[in-house]
Design a binder for this molecule. Structure first.
Ligand SMILES: *Cc1c(COP(=O)(O)O)cnc(C)c1O
Length: 475
């Protein structure tokens, strides 16, 4: 296979003129035509190649999995060093350890990074990849984003002290948890800025969109994002599907994954692992009350609804952006057709992709929804039966996995996407046990906070960003 190239889910064929390198898609995020980047061709591993990965450490498997997607954009030794550096600070030697929770069921703990949620797994690496490519190109970027909690802290932690970037995250003032806020405001790095906006999370998101839409500002600041549709984030999430399947006997044993989902990024990475040859029987998609995916898998109709706040705020979303990547395959990789469909969805707020596509997706994906009370019940049950403390997001994954029908002997892996101490109130209410922060975060509540509170006014926010990135440029 030649060097891997990328195309947009909304573009035509995939000839060289409309295809991009890994560097291009890393920094661009969304494609110019509004689509998402996908590889022209999937790298594929045969059974023997997968078997050869058994027993290797996380970072070795990561290199094997990620290298084909990067191609010649980054020399192997440099990529290897970045991967090693990304996961060196994680507080478990396995990086993404499996804990057995039932006779044929495991919890994959994806919360051993600096901010205690699975987003550290992609973002620690993506921050380094950004830095590397920016240095190579002699460029600086301003990264802006909106966060309801987890993404902001993980991206700020990933971007801290990187010369090529100035990072600004807006969060709704007074509406994120104390742990989440402190993870953003106590970083003590000059190039990351937490902005407490007077408004809701939607106001923060609208503000970021408006700033991106201001083309003069966008170009002068070199605006960029590390959001959930970023291709490199997806790639780095493929790794733990491989490590956990391998640990349980893949490719010689059937595995199913249950994934608590919001933007469909994490579960799509599992789909990518399957495309690469990892034998995965099924993906179980867990949702909270914001259940657009459950409703789609159940009825074949995808329709948006108002976002309602839940105990699992990182899944409080209206539209699962990465679902478009799955649809691209369902539409026979016809980006022109898909562009029309997505445009209609945006206009009408609902869409039906046709019965045969729905059936095809239903063979591989199954969705379950869990309300807040049921979520607390699961946290209590799992703690009672196996002494494992689950955070609300992870509990939704475990419950969804238990409801799915799998063939006998299939190993079920449930992705635990956040540390229970990140959501201590819900966990304590359900179990009577208040989960403790890991030692390296024990001082979180004593550290000095640094944030700037700003009104929901675009001129004020824009000026704040301009002044602060200019200050550092001059320094
Ligand atoms: C972001 C997040 C999710 C949802 O992941 P997607 O990739 O958006 O589907 C689930 N749980 C936690 C804790 C998260 O931070």
């Amino acid at each position: 296979m030649g060097i891997l190239r990328y195309i947009s889910t909304r573009s035509g064929s995939g000839d060289e003129s409309t295809s991009f390198s890994f560097d291009d898609v890393l920094l661009a995020g969304l494609a110019r035509d509004g689509g998402l980047y996908v590889p022209v061709e999937w790298p594929r591993f045969g059974k023997a190649e997968i078997r050869a990965l058994q027993g290797l450490p996380y970072t070795d498997i990561a290199l094997k999995v990620i290298q084909p997607f990067v191609g010649d954009s980054i020399p192997g030794p440099d990529l290897q060093a970045m991967i090693a550096d990304s996961y060196a600070s994680f507080d478990h030697p396995a990086v993404a350890p499996l804990i057995q929770s039932d006779s044929n069921e495991w919890v994959c703990e994806l919360f051993h990074g600096p901010t205690l949620a699975f987003k550290d797994y992609p973002l620690q690496l993506v921050g380094r990849l950004f830095d590397y490519v920016l240095k190579k190109q002699g460029r600086r970027v301003t990264i802006i984003g909106a966060t309801s909690g987890d993404t902001g802290s993980a991206a700020m932690e990933a971007g801290r002290d990187k010369d090529g970037m100035e990072v600004f995250f807006l969060y709704p003032h007074g509406r994120v948890s104390n742990v989440q806020r402190r993870q953003m405001t106590t970083l003590n790095a000059a190039n990351v800025h937490a902005i407490a906006l007077d408004g809701s999370f939607d106001d923060c998101q609208d503000m970021v969109k408006a700033l991106f839409a201001d083309h003069g500002f966008r170009d002068s600041q070199n605006l960029s994002a590390m959001n959930s549709i970023n291709w490199a984030r997806i790639v780095s999430q493929i790794v733990y599907y491989f490590t956990s399947a391998l640990a349980l006997g893949a490719p010689d044993r059937k595995i199913a994954f249950s994934v608590p989902s919001g933007n469909f990024g994490n579960v799509y990475a599992g789909y990518a692992a399957r495309k690469m040859g990892l034998p995965i029987e099924k993906f179980i998609v867990g949702s909270n009350a914001n259940d657009i995916l459950t409703r789609y898998f159940g009825s074949g109709e995808m329709s948006t609804a108002e976002v309602v706040p839940t105990l699992s705020p990182s899944m409080d979303i209206q539209i699962s952006s990465n679902f478009e990547r799955l649809l691209f395959d369902q539409y026979g990789r016809d980006g022109v057709a898909l562009a029309k469909v997505m445009e209609r969805f945006r206009r009408d707020g609902s869409i039906n992709f046709g019965k045969s596509r729905w059936r095809a997706m239903g063979k591989l994906f199954e969705g379950f929804r869990l309300g807040d009370n049921a979520t607390k019940d699961v946290i209590a049950t799992v703690y009672r039966d196996s002494k494992i403390l689950l955070d609300p997001h992870s509990a939704i994954g475990v419950s969804a996995g238990r409801q799915a029908e799998l063939t006998p002997h299939t190993a079920l892996v449930c992705m635990a996407t956040a540390h229970p101490a990140k959501f201590p109130d819900a966990v304590e209410e359900a179990t009577g046990v208040r989960p403790e922060l890991p030692a390296y975060l024990a001082g979180l509540f004593e550290r000095k906070e640094r944030m700037t509170r700003l009104p929901n006014d675009i001129d004020t926010v824009r000026n704040f960003i301009i002044e602060n990135s200019a200050k550092r440029e001059a320094a």
